[in-house]
Design a protein around this ligand. Structure first.
Ligand code: UDP
Ligand code: MG
Length: 315
């Protein structure tokens, strides 16, 4: 039987929330008559979350479970959930009841009827700590919008819906769950939308992420942008930088040398600051080139160097 919606729930030590969450999801899906599945991915919980998932899966035929041997992180959990998903539409949702299952129908409709590739939730009114989360998050999202060119207010929202093609085309690893829209855009999916969603205060348990998320997140965004632009042609980045820096140093050195020769036989060049600057520029330029060549070697040998997403073929 075809599955309309796969609901993927990454969870790490969320034992108290799970029964309430699954009951609620089931209620909403039953009301709308969806053929659905709930994929609970236990990211190496150390509490009794997995036992709760087992019980729920006995109670509801729709509940499936995957358990990691240890804690690998939210990205890994989402990636496994995406691989397992059978639905035409895939919805991700945090396990802590901060996301409301009442959002499912509209998120589903925007993909299935309106034809969006990806719809991201926007926690317009947040119920988290204002100083450690809400304010930095606003700033951070502003930087994200500027660097990635994707106009989303809340890119890291756990509540999102996807056309199945998207989740089967991307690989979420490291801490890249914060930038799934960037990954989707890099894979060629352009119809990215946004829906204001209800956000609730955490009822049980504690948040699993601290302030470091903003620094790590920023670094990850730079990596993602770099890889999607130059991942397959690193020399285009390093080569340009290297050429410019080297040439600058080279021209400056020649200029200094000529100046010296014209000025007399005294070769006391090394007493000049500009001489050292020119030498340094040549050395750094050469380093950029080496980085570019190494990058090319690595990308030529990468297993996915000829991996393309084919949308359609004829005959
Ligand atoms: N989570 C996970 N693995 C981790 C950390 C978090 O699967 O290593 C899950 C967590 O159980 C929750 C979701 O990711 O379902 C979001 O985490 P959390 O609520 O702690 O983040 P916050 O709401 O504070 O941003
Ligand atoms: Mg949360």
């Amino acid at each position: 039987m075809p599955v309309d919606i796969s609901i993927v729930v990454p969870l790490y030590n969320e034992e108290e929330s799970l029964p309430e969450l699954v009951d609620w999801i089931e209620r909403v899906c039953a009301e709308h008559g969806y053929a659905h599945e709930v994929i609970m991915v236990d990211d190496g919980s150390t509490d009794s979350s997995w036992n709760v998932v087992k019980q729920l899966s006995e109670e509801y035929t729709t509940v499936r479970g995957i358990k990691f041997q240890r804690n690998y992180g939210k990205s890994a959990a989402l990636n496994e959930g995406f691989k397992a998903a059978k639905g035409n539409v895939v919805i991700t949702m945090d396990a802590d009841l901060q996301d409301s299952p009442d959002e499912i129908p509209e998120l589903y409709r925007m993909i299935a009827v309106e034809g969006f590739d990806l719809v991201s939730g926007w926690k317009k009114v947040r119920h988290d700590n204002a100083l450690t989360k809400n304010l930095p998050s606003k700033l951070y999202n502003g930087v994200n919008r500027w660097i990635s060119g994707i106009k989303l207010h809340d890119m890291n929202c756990g509540l999102k819906s996807y056309n199945r093609k998207v989740v089967k085309s991307i690989e979420v690893y490291g801490e890249m769950h914060r930038f799934i829209p960037v990954l989707a855009k890099a894979a060629g999916f352009r119809k990215i939308g946004e829906k204001v969603v209800v956000h609730r205060a955490r009822k049980y348990g504690v948040s699993k992420f601290g302030w470091e998320r903003f620094i790590n997140g920023f670094l990850d965004l730079l990596s993602i942008q770099f890889i999607s632009r130059f991942g397959k042609k690193p020399m285009h980045f390093f080569g340009l930088l290297g050429t410019l820096t080297f040439l600058l140093g080279f021209v400056a050195t020649i200029y200094l040398l000529i100046g010296r020769i014209m000025g007399g036989v005294d070769f006391g060049l090394t007493s000049k600051v500009s001489f050292y600057l020119a030498m340094t520029a040549m050395v750094i330029g050469t380093q950029f080139f080496l980085a570019g060549f190494l990058g090319e070697l690595i990308s030529r040998n990468a297993a996915d160097r000829n991996h393309y997403l084919i949308e359609e073929t004829l005959k």
